[in-house]
Write a protein that binds this ligand. Structure first.
Ligand SMILES: Cc1cc2nc3c(=O)[nH]c(=O)nc-3n(C[C@H](O)[C@H](O)[C@H](O)COP(=O)(O)OP(=O)(O)OC[C@H]3O[C@@H](n4cnc5c(N)ncnc54)[C@H](O)[C@@H]3O)c2cc1C
Length: 312
């Protein structure tokens, strides 16, 4: 089949790769690619955050974890490896719903300053600096840069809508909303490059430390965040100095200090109460795959395989 994928973030590219593997003739169109996408700003650890519905998230996240782990074992150029994640929870909290998507979670006491308790597990981390170019390199054709105004006007047997926040206008979907995220990227300093720390109990002051190894010409760095705040999706992505100072303070309170600041970045997560993955009821040629909130890297491959299944 001839399939047009609109969107070249992690969701669109992963769908395009899965469709290509399944033997379809795939064309990708996007307004922006690489560093100009939300996907380039992400941490990007495997960890379901602000995504639903729970049952489908467990299935998509499990499938994506297994696929990413296979990439980590077999294809270094894909920019994936597996590390320890320490995820803060209240002292008496049960494991999060998505714990069903990892083989083993263990209770951790006094995990890091400010976190009373945590769950620990091993999961993939993705380096977008390598992963987005690697996905792009798996495509049979170069990405076409264009702004799509109407999905139904596109040629092909099927059209996959993987436009993230852009789907609000393209699909007329008002349930899609921006969740602002901000990070400071530093040199490793004394931070442990083998462990991710995560505390998303308070979306106004969430905190995470995601290290990235040095490879393929990229220096080791650590992504320190963050927040998940409602914002109009046309807001300029200016970094907020007060949020940056708060993140820096939280990082300095750790036992091991981060290194020098390399850059700050901001992005808008495409949040929706549930991911939309279905054929459009008005034009079944269109398959929607958007609304991955804070979990695009965590769900992309599982969702991509469902897109392939819808075309079977
Ligand atoms: C600070 C931060 C940290 C994050 N950390 C993590 C993490 O650790 N783990 C994780 O799993 N997720 C994380 N996320 C979330 C993750 O980044 C998103 O879920 C993911 O990037 C969404 O991918 P996407 O492909 O749907 O959207 P995008 O990356 O936004 O891509 C959308 C694509 O559609 C194109 N497009 C839009 N409209 C049109 C149009 N009309 N015509 C043509 N093209 C169009 C865009 O140009 C772009 O190519 C984080 C996000 C932020 C901001």
């Amino acid at each position: 089949m001839q399939v047009t994928v609109v969107g070249a973030g992690v969701v669109g590219l992963t769908a395009a790769v899965a469709l290509t593997e399944a033997g379809h003739d795939v064309r990708v169109i996007a307004r922006a690619t690489g560093d100009a996408t939300t996907s380039a700003v992400a941490g990007a650890i495997w960890l379901p955050f602000e995504v639903g519905p729970a049952d489908a998230v467990i299935r998509w996240a499990t499938r994506t974890r297994v696929w990413l782990e296979e990439l980590a074992r077999s294809i270094p150029a894909a920019g994936v490896d597996v590390l320890e994640v320490v995820h803060a929870e209240a002292a008496d909290a049960p494991p999060p719903f998505w714990a069903a998507a990892v083989p083993a979670v263990q209770r951790v006491t006094a995990p890091f300053p400010g976190a009373p308790a945590a769950y620990g597990f091993r999961a993939p981390r993705v380096d977008p600096r390598l992963h987005l170019p690697w996905l792009t390199a798996q495509l049979a054709r170069p990405i076409e840069i264009a702004d799509v105004a109407r999905l139904t006007a596109l040629p092909g047997d099927a059209v996959v809508n993987a436009t993230g926040l852009g789907a609000r206008a393209l699909a007329g979907d008002d349930s899609l909303a921006a969740r602002y995220g901000q990070v400071r990227v530093t040199a490793p300093g004394a931070l442990d490059l083998g462990v991710t720390l995560s505390d998303d109990r308070d979306p106004d002051a969430m905190f995470y430390v995601i290290p990235r190894a040095a490879r393929a010409g990229f220096a080791a760095e650590v992504v320190i965040g963050g927040c998940a705040l409602p914002r109009p999706d046309h807001d300029p992505l200016a970094v907020d100095a007060a949020i940056d100072a708060r993140i820096a303070r939280q990082a300095q309170a750790l036992d091991r200090a981060p290194g020098a600041l390399v850059r700050t970045r901001a992005g808008l997560r495409p949040w929706r109460p549930t991911v939309r993955l279905e054929r459009d009821p008005d034009d079944p040629r269109v398959i929607h795959d958007y609304g991955h909130g804070g979990g695009g890297y965590t769900l992309a491959r599982g969702c991509a395989e469902d897109v392939v299944a819808l075309l079977a």
